[in-house]
Write a protein that binds this ligand. Structure first.
Ligand code: GAR
Length: 321
């Protein structure tokens, strides 16, 4: 596995989910490490526990009711100083400003004590009991600019018992939260390096192009254009011949372009082994910061280079339109 993702946990109170995340990170196969615990309350009990466990903490003054920008600026500085990859909200009871969420898009996770999209916001357990639900649960989701509405990454179901009150139900859901959050956070942290996930992403993008089919090339997954006997325009080289890359191979214009790109961005581009001067350029995809828009552009370029004239003619007509 590649290096662990650096996680900051944001809390407002007790921090039992924080503790679950910290202890899970002590397992050797956990894909993240906790590098910072902070939040909007300098007196949050969870911070004392993090201190005792030797995790760096930052205690900021409570954000002013009118102007929270100072708090989020200080927070940004602390996150950058610790080179944080992912933020895990764990009982962080504050709405995060839109520009902050945008800057960290896809990198903030939250846990919510319901089976989202049901029972967003506060008063969850009261609402569940009021609606006479027979089961509820917890969800881990990505944070978007709509309250409790980002992509759900994982859920766990919890039965409602006949005698439950909001407190007993919350306690049982919390046990489930503690199981769920570390597992989902670790999976999410490992995702950029997971070759099945990478292949799924490429497949989704490649299939948006006309007349694309799957084809294997010497055992590697590939995509071709133009039917049964179509030409390969993309291949995934998964640690091919000992390379450390899970790479996407696409057709560049030639060795000059390839040399230029590889020299300028050696972390992104590489010469795939044994493909020699065949014009296949490697784009390393097992990275945290893949620009999937750029991958889509490469797939389209390579598709154009390989598609039969009857298809490229159509594309050119569409370009001019
Ligand atoms: C948890 O139950 C968490 O799901 C909930 O606050 C509690 C925090 O407890 N979060 C929300 O309701 C977010 N909308 P903890 O501090 O012991 O982890």
């Amino acid at each position: 596995m590649s290096e662990r993702s650096r996680v900051a946990i944001l809390i407002s109170g007790r921090g039992s989910n924080m503790a679950a995340l910290i202890y899970a990170a002590r397992a050797a196969d956990c894909a993240y490490e906790v590098v910072l615990v902070t939040g909007d309350r300098p007196d949050a009990p969870g911070l004392d526990l993090a201190d005792a466990e030797g995790i760096p903490t930052a205690r900021f003054p409570r954000p002013a009711a009118k102007d929270k920008s100072q708090f989020f600026e200080a927070l940004t500085e602390a996150l950058e100083a610790e080179q944080v990859d992912l933020i895990a909200l764990a009982g962080f009871m504050r709405i995060i400003p839109a520009d902050f969420v945008e800057g960290w898009r896809g990198r903030i996770l939250n846990i919510h004590p319901s089976l989202l999209p049901k029972y967003k916001g506060v008063g969850t357990h009261e609402a569940v009991l009021g609606a006479r639900e027979t089961s509820t649960g917890a969800s881990v989701h990505l944070v978007s600019n709509e309250l409790d509405s980002g992509e759900v990454l994982g859920q766990v179901e919890v039965a409602v018992l006949p005698g439950d009150d909001p407190k007993t139900l919350a306690e049982r859901v919390l046990i489930a939260e503690h199981q769920l959050y570390p597992r989902i956070l670790s999976e999410y942290a490992a995702r950029p390096f997971n070759s099945e996930w990478i292949e799924g992403q490429v497949d989704g993008l490649a299939r948006q192009l006309p007349e694309v089919g799957r084809k294997t090339s010497h055992g590697s997954p590939g995509w071709s254009v133009g039917g049964e006997k179509g030409k390969l325009f993309a291949i995934i080289a998964n640690h091919h011949h000992g390379e450390d890359a899970v790479g996407l191979l696409i057709k560049a214009s030639g060795p000059d372009e390839m040399t230029g790109l590889i020299e300028a961005q050696p972390d992104v581009y590489y010469w795939p082994k044994y493909y020699g001067a065949s014009g296949w350029l490697g784009v390393k995809l097992n990275r945290r910061d893949v620009d999937w828009g750029q991958v889509r552009d490469w797939l389209e370029r390579s598709w154009r280079a390989c598609a039969p004239p009857r298809l490229t003619k159509l594309m050119r007509a569409a370009d001019e339109f």
